[in-house]
Ligand binder design. Structure first.
Ligand code: PAF
Length: 286
């Protein structure tokens, strides 16, 4: 069933979405797609801005994808605030909001999935085995359902960007991937749906990750090029902080996600920490 709230059309069914979008394509409209799991914040809203500039029909999906959460991760408590999200999406200019149920996307558990290969092996891939396989499988399904000309992702999930770009290239999806810079809170914290879990001391501690990454970038700007020396600078800021567990901090190539020894402009510093029960990731480009 579709419902129309002023200019935004909300569609939950694949068949209906396909019919709406093929009519739009037949009318010559270029579809720009923003896949999300909802709990929208300014970071997501800037993806919409980019999609609006790149296409003339903006489709956003909101689907908390069970396949990318391991048992024991935060699938159950992941924030679900559809009414709030719908309002934000509409105000920012989304034309079609796709809100499928779990059954609509996974009528049956998929037998065939998309494997990320080596790019998805380390870092988030080590900490969250199957995460990128879950991400790529749902993104491939969404690409096949929406058939966009352009898909927009946030730099905040930089390893996700790398595996999605590799999938698009290797499996010949006929679309362009655009990447939008991270949006930060005034104190530097990268915007994330999971920031909703943070309060008080945890919220304060969470800013340490961006501070460490900024320090690393400053040290690079000062002339240091050895990855190990740069990583040590950031690591010193994250260790021995009660309530914060550093997971990784590394200089990598943003295309392969292999660690580099000597950092070049365009490489990335990536980091992950745990604050209380919340895992946070962030990155900067040198
Ligand atoms: O980045 C996200 O919100 C998700 O990983 C995505 C791309 C929507 C796939 O579920």
């Amino acid at each position: 069933m579709a419902s129309t709230a002023s200019s935004l059309q909300t569609i939950a069914g694949i068949t209906e979405l396909r019919a709406t979008l093929s009519a739009a394509r037949a009318a010559g409209r270029r579809i720009a797609f923003v896949p999300t799991m909802g709990a929208l914040h300014e970071g997501h809203l800037t993806l919409i801005d980019t999609a609006r500039a790149a296409g003339d029909l903006v489709v956003m999906s909101i689907f908390v994808n069970p396949l990318q959460f391991a048992p024991g991760e935060d699938y159950q408590r992941y924030p679900r605030v559809l009414a709030e999200d719908t309002l934000l999406a509409e105000q920012r200019g989304v034309d079609v909001l796709f809100t499928p149920s779990r059954e609509e996307i996974y009528g049956q558990t998929p037998v065939v999935t998309v494997h990320p290969g080596n790019i998805g092996k380390e870092w988030e891939g080590t900490a969250r085995p199957q995460h990128f396989e879950g991400v790529l499988t749902v993104v491939a399904k969404l690409f096949n359902i929406v058939e966009p000309a352009v898909a927009v992702f946030g730099q905040k999930d930089l390893q996700q960007v790398a595996v999605v770009k590799a999938m698009v290239r290797d499996l010949d999806f006929p679309l362009e991937v655009l990447v939008v810079p991270i949006v930060r809170e005034a104190d530097g914290l990268a915007m994330s749906s999971r920031n909703r879990f943070l309060a008080g001391k945890e919220r304060e501690l969470a800013t340490m990750l961006s501070k460490a990454l900024f320090k690393l970038r400053g040290t690079f700007a000062g002339g240091e090029r050895r990855a190990s020396a740069l990583e040590a600078v950031g690591w010193r800021m994250l260790e021995r902080l009660p309530g914060l567990t550093p997971r990784y901090l590394a200089a990598v190539s943003p295309a392969t996600f292999q660690r580099v020894n000597i950092v070049q402009p365009g490489d990335a510093a990536i980091g992950a920490i745990r604050v209380g029960d919340t895992r946070l990731i962030d990155n900067i480009i040198f």
